[in-house]
Design a protein around this ligand. Structure first.
Ligand code: GDP
Ligand code: MG
Length: 370
């Protein structure tokens, strides 16, 4: 559906409009000056003068934004793994996330006030791990549904006194579908009725064969409550991350995903974002979903003001015009015009999708009535 008018064609080829119209008549096409000529006809016509026509696709602002800079392996450096904790309700996801955060805070910075910004980083042996602080499958699936792949490793929490349950299976399936390796935390081993071996047995039914039985699934027995084996779990996560060889280029415009966002009474729209590529700096203009803004301030998971955020780092960002949605991507833009175009394209796309949904609903309703 690429086309050009007779006038545009004459200007591009350095021929008069009359020349073009005459040629078109020879081809059996009756045309006026403002007539749209399709690319095929234009090519045939131009070939007569020995001119080749190059058809350029119209590029959307979204496509321009998606363009990646050229980079070589030398531009890439290791980045921390991003970990999601999943598992059946009450098996200890929240407790484990708390235990990991607290163990690490005590070890590294006594008295440090932790912020709940939707994600946090811990450090062990000088290596960082990023945890998404939104346990449950909703966040994971919501983000995946929006096309955002943020997780590198899934920690599957299974209570040793309860075993594999429906949401455990669901979590295994989600992780497998996303191609994300699983580290199993067999939790609540402090309980007298804990039977970790039974958990391992049940896991084999879902294709997760533990290492001591010849498989490659790493399991770590832990107690979130008694703060047992938390460090071992972190070490195992780092081991898996090392195999994955996770890398990113810090020297480019930042890109990433919105983890959560809300409207703060005093501070306006506040978004916790995970930087996945590049480095985000104060003063950068970002587009996040259909929101835009200059990064006014950034706050890390320890409540500290920071000037930059590098790959795999979660930060709260202030300065957006609007509240984006969890799972929206964000990108730094150098031209405000491009930002505006991208947003208008996204708004239109959302409207179209909304219309499709409502028209589908009314059709379905119609059929129901019949
Ligand atoms: P979630 O629903 O997966 O987030 O589970 P929670 O973290 O809310 O934990 C559910 C219950 O299990 C709470 O009462 C916790 O105190 C308890 N719990 C979590 N971890 C452990 C553990 O390691 N040992 C024991 N005994 N109880 C735990
Ligand atoms: Mg919970």
């Amino acid at each position: 559906d690429e086309s050009v008018t007779v006038l545009e064609l004459s200007q591009a080829m350095g021929k008069t409009v009359t020349d073009i119209i005459k040629k078109l008549m020879q081809l059996g096409v009756l045309a006026t000056i403002n007539q749209e000529i399709d690319a095929d006809t234009a090519s045939i016509l131009a070939a007569d003068w020995g001119i080749t026509v190059e058809v350029k696709k119209s590029v959307t602002a979204e496509e321009i934004l998606a363009e990646e800079p050229d980079e070589t392996d030398e531009d890439l450096i290791h980045r921390p793994p991003v970990v999601t904790v999943m598992g059946h309700v009450d098996h200890g996801k929240t407790s484990l996330l708390d235990a990991i955060r607290e163990t690490n805070v005590i070890a590294s910075e006594a008295g440090g006030i932790t912020q709940h910004i939707g994600a946090y980083q811990v450090e062990i042996d000088g290596k960082k791990i990023t945890f998404l602080d939104t346990p449950g499958h909703e966040a994971f699936t919501a983000m995946r549904a929006r096309g955002a792949q943020v997780t590198d490793i899934a920690v599957l929490v299974v209570a040793a006194d309860d075993g594999v349950m429906p949401q455990t299976v669901e979590a295994i399936n989600h992780a497998k579908a996303a191609g994300v390796p699983i580290v199993v935390a067999i939790n609540k081993i402090d309980k007298p009725d804990a039977t970790p071996d039974r958990v391992k047995q049940e896991l084999t039914e879902y294709g997760l064969v533990v290492e001591e039985w010849g498989g490659d699934t790493i399991t770590v027995p832990v107690s979130a409550k008694a703060r047992q084996n938390i460090d071992q779990l972190l070490e195992m996560i780092l081991l898996v991350a090392e195999v994955q060889d996770l890398k990113a280029n810090p020297e480019r415009a930042a890109r990433g995903t919105v983890i959560e966002a809300q409207l703060d009474k005093g501070r306006g729209p506040v978004a916790t974002v995970l930087v996945q590529k590049g480095t985000l700096n104060i003063g950068d203009v970002i587009v996040a979903g259909t929101a835009v803004g200059k990064v006014r301030a950034m706050v890390d998971d320890k409540g500290r003001r920071v000037k930059k955020a590098d790959p795999s780092m979660p930060v709260e960002v202030l300065g957006l015009s609007d509240v984006p949605q969890a799972g929206d991507t964000f990108s730094v833009v150098t031209e405000e015009k491009l930002a505006k175009q991208v947003i208008s394209e996204r708004v239109n796309k959302r409207k179209e999708e909304e219309q499709k949904r409502t028209s589908k609903v009314s059709l379905d309703d119609l059929f129901k009535q019949i």
